[in-house]
Write a protein that binds this ligand. Structure first.
Ligand code: SF4
Length: 356
């Protein structure tokens, strides 16, 4: 039984300088055709499973004009949700208004994720994003929802620790229950990469990461980049980090079903013409274990030793050179969980390369 579902809406009104997601400039005619194909894909592939979590991301789902936005929410009524579901939709701050939020409420959305990224006008310009009165916008969201996430990006070459500190102070003033903080990655085929921008020095990046952890102390740092007040952890994203199955609908969306990782076509024309899958990876037991470790060690709590044994019939402590990593204090065992020592969480990838 699959318990989570991701829907990708690839349209954006503006393209950010760092973006390597699957996205296209908003065009009403294309968006309308896209929703027809999306509805068809869901009809074809959704097996009526009772879902715990539904997540509409992008792109910018909130960029859809109001009638298409409502059409999207109507399409998502297809999904059966359990009584205690989590249903998230992503918003860009400039799209936040009473009309769209009340529609979300009416159609059962109960969590809003907002890409603020920075409060600093120079940072926003660098990222290709618009400035707005974020506090006012969040206050509008709070009239309808209490489960709110905001995203922050740090580690820009034009940014220093003082700017980041101010951003974090503003985040704290917003008093939202969930914060995601991502270090800026300079990915291929992005505007920043084409401009020849290089990532900032790792030591500076690490200093900024420590500053975030210090400033967000009142939150539970439950995943490398994610901080939540108790009970507000993203259940949808935990599906990924727990290496559990999920549906993925929309152009470029990924799904994990019956030991297969399925990637949809990133070509919007193909997608609109109902040509959906482009790549299917069949997973061996070794592949599944690798995913389990790569994803599971992102959580500060780590991986349950018992759950791992029940899933794979293997004692995780006996795997590869995990014993050495425990001896080096890079991995620690606590309350029947095995996790990366928080002092080393920042270099998680380096640690994983030891045994994946
Ligand atoms: S970062 Fe988000 S809003 Fe910006 S272009 Fe990419 S998908 Fe669109």
């Amino acid at each position: 039984m699959i318990k989570s579902c991701y829907i990708h809406i690839p349209f954006c009104k503006k393209i950010c300088t760092y973006c390597d997601f699957c996205k296209f400039y908003y065009n009403e005619e294309w968006a309308s055709k896209y929703l027809v194909s999306l509805e068809n894909e869901i009809k074809l592939k959704y097996n009526n499973d009772l879902l715990d979590t539904l997540y509409i991301g992008g792109g910018t789902p909130s960029s859809l004009d109001i009638s298409l936005f409502e059409k999207l929410l109507k399409i998502c009524k297809t999904f059966r949700l359990n009584n205690n579901y989590e249903y998230t939709i992503e918003f860009n701050p400039e799209d936040i208004n009473d009309e769209k939020l009340s529609l979300c409420k009416r159609y059962g959305v109960n969590r809003i994720s907002i890409g603020i990224e920075s409060f600093n006008k120079d940072n926003l310009k660098y990222l290709g994003r618009d400035y707005t009165n974020f506090k006012e916008k969040i206050d509008v969201v709070k009239k309808y929802f209490d489960n709110i996430n905001v995203d922050l990006i740090y580690g820009l070459e034009i940014e220093d620790k003082n700017t980041l500190k101010k951003d974090l102070d503003k985040i704290l003033e917003l008093d939202v229950p969930h914060v995601s903080c991502y270090s800026l990655m300079i990915e291929n085929h992005t505007i920043l990469n084409n401009m020849g921008v290089k990532p900032i020095d790792e030591d500076i990046d690490f200093d900024m990461y420590k500053l975030i952890n210090d400033k967000l102390k009142e939150y539970n740092h439950y995943e490398i980049s994610n901080y939540a007040k108790e009970g507000f952890e993203s259940r949808h994203n935990l599906t990924y980090w727990n290496n559990e199955e999920y549906y993925g609908f929309g152009v470029g969306a990924a799904a994990y079903i019956e030991d297969k990782r399925i990637l949809n076509s990133k070509n919007i024309l193909a997608y609109i013409n109902k040509k959906y899958n482009s790549f299917i990876e069949e997973l061996s037991k070794t592949d599944k274990i690798s995913y389990e470790l790569i994803l599971g060690f992102r959580k500060t709590k780590g991986i349950s030793i018992d759950d791992f044994y029940n899933k794979y019939n293997i004692d995780i402590k006996e795997l590869y050179n995990i014993k050495d990593l425990i001896k080096d204090n890079k991995l620690i065992i606590k309350d029947k969980y095995i996790s990366i020592n928080s002092d080393y969480l920042y270099i998680e990838n380096e640690i994983l390369s030891n045994f994946v």
